[in-house]
Design a protein around this ligand. Sequence first.
Ligand SMILES: [Zn+2]
Ligand SMILES: [Zn+2]
Length: 149
Amino acid sequence: MAITDRIRDDGPRPQPLIHPDTAPFWAGLEAGELRVQRCTACGTHRFPFEPICHACLSFDLTWEPIAPSGTVATAVRAVRATGDPAWAAHVPFISGSVDMEHDLRLPGRILCTCGEALRRGTSVRVVLLVSPDRPTIHAFAHNCVPAAG
Ligand SMILES: [Zn+2]
Ligand SMILES: [Zn+2]
């Protein structure tokens, strides 16, 4: 379950907004795990995060790690920075959503230099983008991106 790829990422980036309700997700990334909400009443894994279970309306939840791998559901190559100006340092880049276990679909950047990750169904793994004094964030990486230490 542990995410072993830690990629140094000191470039400009928008900072995540860490709210008390979502803080366990970010703490999980710092600990090398991709943690999501799981309802303790019915067992449903949840993303996006929500205060009440959409399946059974329970308020009771835990945060549990999921397997850090999945397959591309959607992907686009951004060739122009829009929104936060920090993205100008990254274009072109691939962003999209990835199907994970438990019927979860997570968004994120997809690191891929060969372009294969633009195809639906391509296997990708979760990597951590780390930088001193900034929150660790996740991204997805295709096999063409070598494993980092
Ligand atoms: Zn539930
Ligand atoms: Zn690739």
